[in-house]
Design a protein around this ligand. Structure first.
Ligand code: ATP
Ligand code: MG
Length: 433
């Protein structure tokens, strides 16, 4: 079926699902394939549960003479094409965000800022991959005035492929750092992949790119782009200039434009590194004419609830929950921020940083070497990668072992930084602390 024809159906049935357990009435089911499942096998169930159509890509699952089935070559490709077609038809202004760290945080901050003035569509949660991005685009309606789309990558080419369906008008790479090195091959691979967003903007030539002017890796690959700069450093041509005022424990920062007034903003985020995420949101918000007071209102009232840079007060301790993900760059940022926090006593429970491939051992050792320099009162290391490091700090095989230890000896009145890759499951710890 031609995409134009499928689009006519989508216009009548503008809700798309890829999960046969979640079939809103009258929606279109797309039978995607994963490593361990074949969505085609669930098409009949999806129809029985209320979907109006099922897009399948295996003839065996497409009964003859049943107009509810739409047979295509590849369901994911069709989903992507439909999303791109829809995006083009509506012509909504889109801001595309990628980067190693801080995409979701910046996306949430920016959406909050823009929502002060506009009807905004933005990526829900972390739906930033080849399925999440098209599904997000398909949620666009005529009412949306602007969209903020998070794009994630773990292999070269991932961003190019997403950008080609998103076709952003504005772009932001939050930063580049060491993550998913297994997939990217090297740090250069990371830069190149994130740079695919710049490549698209360069070719498009009309769009604007928001950039941290003090980031040498990003500035190095920014030739030929229309830049709007923000920075925590003195730069003559920054659109927005900012600085960290304090982290005790929440980030307070200042920002200013040219000779305009200087604003101070008290946030609810932990971590000095978040100042760059904040400044990105300020810059884009101001660029889109959100009043300074509204920008500040949105940033002050944004409270994270997703285990990212979040303070959680338990009965016995105060937890800095950063257990959602970890890579060498974000681990360093979190640890250095923790070192600079004027609180005590301090404890860190750190889990393995996953997907680092060949450099995993070296990168874990670097963290192990850094730890004694941070003057923390106690450090627990969790997981098999940290187990291999030379370190005198206590080591635990997994989160279960940590829980057993916590049952016997509960730390009291500590500030505890909890950070590790999601699969180490440190997010299970708060109830034991
Ligand atoms: P993912 O790749 O999982 O989608 P993300 O890029 O969306 O991650 P966030 O979820 O916003 O990133 O933040 C994840 C963690 O990265 C935070 O909890 C924090 O530790 C760290 N982080 C956030 N912003 C920065 C930054 N600007 N520099 C360094 N580390 C950061
Ligand atoms: Mg994210």
């Amino acid at each position: 079926m031609e995409i134009t024809e499928l689009y006519k159906i989508f216009e009548q049935h503008p809700v798309v699902t890829t999960d046969s357990r979640d079939c809103p009435p009258d929606s279109i089911f797309f039978a995607l394939k994963g490593e361990s499942f074949n969505g085609n096998a669930f098409a009949a169930k999806a129809l029985a549960q209320g979907c109006a159509f099922a897009v399948v890509d295996e003839a065996a699952y497409c009964p003859p003479n049943d107009g509810r089935y739409i047979l295509v070559n590849n369901c994911l490709d069709t989903l992507r094409q439909l999303a791109n077609y829809h995006r083009r038809v509506l012509g909504t202004r889109i801001i595309g965000i990628t980067g190693t760290n801080g995409k979701t945080t910046t996306k949430e901050l920016l959406a909050a800022v823009l929502a002060e003035k506009y009807k905004v569509l933005y990526t829900l949660g972390n739906f930033n991959n080849e399925i999440g991005v098209p599904k997000t685009l398909l949620r666009l309606t005529k009412e949306h005035e602007i969209a903020v789309i998070e794009m994630g990558a773990s292999h070269p080419g991932d961003i190019r492929s997403l950008v080609n369906i998103v076709e952003p008008d504005f772009a932001l790479i939050t930063n580049v750092g060491k993550a998913h090195l297994q997939g990217f091959g090297s740090f250069e691979g990371v830069i190149k992949t994130k740079g695919e967003l710049y490549d698209y903007m360069r070719a498009k030539n009309t769009g604007k790119v928001f950039i941290d002017a003090a980031n040498p890796y990003l500035m190095n690959i920014s030739d030929g782009l229309h830049l709007i700069k923000y920075s925590t450093e003195e730069t003559s041509d920054a659109y927005v200039q900012g600085s960290v005022l304090s982290c005790a424990p929440f980030l307070k920062f200042a920002w200013q434009q040219a000779d305009g007034p200087r604003y101070e903003v008290q946030t609810h985020l932990i971590g000095a590194y978040n100042v760059l995420n904040m400044l990105a949101a300020v810059s884009i918000g101001r660029y889109f004419d959100v009043a300074a007071e509204q920008v500040n209102h949105a940033l002050t009232h944004y409270i994270p609830d997703n285990n990212r840079s979040q303070l959680e007060v338990t009965k016995h301790n105060k937890l800095i929950m950063d257990a959602y993900n970890a890579n060498p760059t974000s681990m360093n940022a979190a640890l250095q921020n923790f070192r600079d926090m004027t609180v005590s006593p301090k404890m860190a429970i750190l889990g393995d940083m996953k997907e680092l491939g060949d450099v995993s051992e070296t990168e874990h050792q670097k963290i192990a070497d850094l730890l004694p320099l941070l003057h923390l009162d106690d450090v627990w290391l969790v997981g098999e990668e940290f187990a291999k490091t030379h370190s005198t700090f206590r080591k635990f095989k997994d989160v279960e072992e940590v829980k057993q230890a916590l049952a016997l000896e509960r730390p009291q009145n500590y500030y505890i930084l909890i950070k590790g890759s999601n699969s180490i499951k440190l997010f299970q710890l708060p109830e034991f602390l």
